[in-house]
Write a protein of this length. Structure first.
Ligand code: ZN
Length: 103
C-alpha cells in the first residue's frame, strides 16, 4: 500500500479547492520516540512533512487542526502582506528534507 493518498482541501483564505498529499494512518505511527517526543518513522515517509497544506492559488498555509476559517479582515491582511512576496511551488509531490528544492 502506498504511504500517501490525495485529499481534496478548500483553502480557508481564497476558497480555492485543491488536492494535497496525506499520509495513511498506518504510516503515521512512530517506530521510535525520543524522550523529547521527537518521532522516527518508517523510511518510506515522514508524516511531519505533510502537516502543512499550501494553497496553490494564494499561497496560504494551514494545518488540519488549525483555524477553520478566516474573517474578511484577516483575508484582507493576508493578501496585502503577501502580494508579490510568495513564490508558489508544486505541493502534491512527495516531500523530504530537501523539499522544496530551490532553483
Ligand atoms: Zn488560497
Amino acid at each position: 500500500m502506498e504511504p500517501l493518498y490525495q485529499s481534496k482541501i478548500k483553502c480557508i483564505c481564497c476558497e480555492f479547492t485543491f488536492m494535497t498529499s496525506r499520509v495513511r494512518p498506518s504510516f503515521k505511527r512512530a517506530v521510535k520516540t525520543d524522550t523529547d517526543f521527537c518521532g522516527y518513522y518508517k523510511p518510506e515517509v515522514n508524516p511531519d512533512f505533510y502537516v502543512v497544506r499550501v494553497c496553490p492559488n494564494c499561497g496560504f498555509a494551514s494545518t488540519e487542526n488549525g483555524m477553520e476559517r478566516l474573517n474578511d479582515q484577516q483575508k484582507k491582511q493576508y493578501h496585502e502582506k503577501s502580494t508579490g512576496k510568495i513564490r508558489i511551488i508544486a505541493v502534491c509531490e512527495a516531500r523530504n528534507k530537501q523539499w522544496p528544492a530551490t532553483s
